[in-house]
Structures are given as structure tokens and as C-alpha cells.
Design a protein around this ligand. Sequence first.
Ligand SMILES: Nc1ncnc2c1ncn2[C@@H]1O[C@H](COP(=O)(O)OP(=O)(O)OP(=O)(O)O)[C@@H](O)[C@H]1O
Length: 310
Amino acid sequence: MLEAVELTKQFKQMKAVNRVNLYLEQGEIVGLLGPNGAGKSTTISMLSTLIPPSSGDVRFHQKSILKNPAMLRNVLGIVPQEIALYSDLSAKENLWFFGRIHRLSGVQLQKKVEEILELIGLTDRQNDLVKHFSGGMKRRLNIGAALLHEPKLLIMDEPTVGIDPQSRNYILETVKRLNEEKQMTVLYTSHYMEEVEFLCNRIYIMDKGCIIASGTTAEIKNILSAEHTVEIKVEKLNESFLHALRTQPVVRHIAIQDRVITMLSPKEVNVFRLLFQLAEQTDTVLTSIEMKTPTLEDVFLHLTGRALRD
Ligand SMILES: Nc1ncnc2c1ncn2[C@@H]1O[C@H](COP(=O)(O)OP(=O)(O)OP(=O)(O)O)[C@@H](O)[C@H]1O
């Protein structure tokens, strides 16, 4: 349905997006995952015809949209990262305004506004001014505004940033319903692993302007199929134990939070024996050792050496 071919954006000295190739099939929810500054917003700005690429192409149903953006714009809904609403208007008035931009009017517009208010759970608050809304309610309305013209393709730029867990779940469930009930194709960018894992059929992981991995969640996790994530709890964090761990060639990506140490190690290594030996040598009391299947977060760490939300 939509395809990026060698898509590149150069801002003066900075290559924000570097030869990105990705595609969305009709009816898929595709995740674009990456840390701040990875190039996600720039990529979707080019995909949604808001900014032109420096080189490369964007194709919609195999046709380049660079010279004919209207073809895509008519069926595209965009949920921007920044809230784009009028705070002195009510929720309903905002939806009316955006509906008119999409040339809806009369009974058709009225019906659509009611339907959207219901979908985003704001029917009861439809007459309240947006300036009195919580962050989560604004985000939901922001999404509603993108849905008025029944887009076939919805591009969402980190739609859950800075909101409460309840609104976040509401948004995720709404996206899933739109996909299942209306067969809406969705490109969803986020730096929350759990969100893309919950929503997406396929995922692209982006870092420093490049796609560094792609596939289904299972395929991406498989990159680390030969490794375990090991979680070690210690009674007291001991520098000599950490030093001993860090010097082991079979131990990688050590992360520490409070008294919990997380690391990766190959499955064929007897990590229990190794940890007990090191604990004994350094007078460290181990409270528990747990082996886990690597998460997408671990894969990102493996590929880039950094955590997703560093
Ligand atoms: N108009 C611009 N001019 C110059 N540099 C830019 C411009 N827009 C983005 N950049 C730079 O390009 C890089 C990628 O930014 P982008 O906003 O696409 O990343 P992102 O993955 O969406 O990050 P975030 O999650 O913070 O939005 C960043 O280093 C950013 O500073």
C-alpha cells in the first residue's frame, strides 16, 4: 500500500534519515520504533507528504506520490506528536472545525462528530473547552480529529507521550479496534516497546537515521535466540562483584537498577555456576537469579549498545 524507497533527508550537516526502506501492506499495523532523535518523525513527515525527501521515493499503490501528493492525502489521517487543537473551543467544536476542513457538512458532519466522540470516549465532555482537558483527553481528541474523513491509512507519531496509563490503554485499544473493525492500515511510531509489541504485526527499529532491524516481534526477538537475559538480585551491590562480571567475556550489556543486575549471556554457558563462583570470590550474597527470554528492549541494546530510552 505505502512504501519508502531509499528515503533520505539531509538537514544541512545532519542526515536525519538515511536510505530508509519500509513498506505497509493493507490492513497491517506497522510499528516504527526508536529512541528520541532516531529519525521517526522526519520519516513519517516524508511518508505523509509534509516535507519532501532529499532523495529516494514514497510510493502509494506502486505510484510515486512526490509529484502527486493528493492521491495519498485524500485517504491519509495524521496524528501529530504535538497536540494540534484549539484550546478555546470545545471538543465538539474542534471536531466540527476539522470536519469542515475535510469538506464534511450538514447531517453527515453531525453524525461523524457524534461517532468520533463516542469512539474516543468524550461524548460526556463534548461541550467542555479543550483548555480544561487532561493531557490524555487532548491526545484522544487529537486522534479523533484525524479520523473524521475515514482515512484508509493512519499515521500516528508517538500518540501516547506524557499521558496517564488509563488514557494510554484507551488509545491502544482504539487503534486496535479501528484496525480490526474498519481494516484501517496504521503506521505507529513509539519509543515504548510494550506498545508496539501489543499493537503491531511488524516492526521496524530505527536508530541514527537508519533501519537497523525489521520483522515480526518474534523474528526480531529471534536475533537473540542464542542468548538469555539473566536477572540477578543481590543483597548488597558490591563493586568487586560488578567488576568481576564486567571482565567475563561471556557476559554482555550489564545494566544495574537498585539491587538488580540485568545482563545477556549465551545459552550454552552455565551462568549459575559462573555467578556462584564470582559471588563467592567477592563476598556477595545473591538473593535470586532468573533467566528470561530476551525482550525487544534487549535486542535494541544488543544492536546499538544503548537502551531505547537513554
Ligand atoms: N527541521 C530540522 N532541521 C534540522 N534538524 C532536524 C530538523 N528536524 C529534525 N532534525 C534532526 O533530525 C534528527 C531526527 O529527528 P526526528 O524528530 O525525526 O527524530 P524522532 O525519532 O522522531 O525523535 P523524537 O522521538 O524525539 O521525536 C534529530 O537529530 C533532529 O534534531
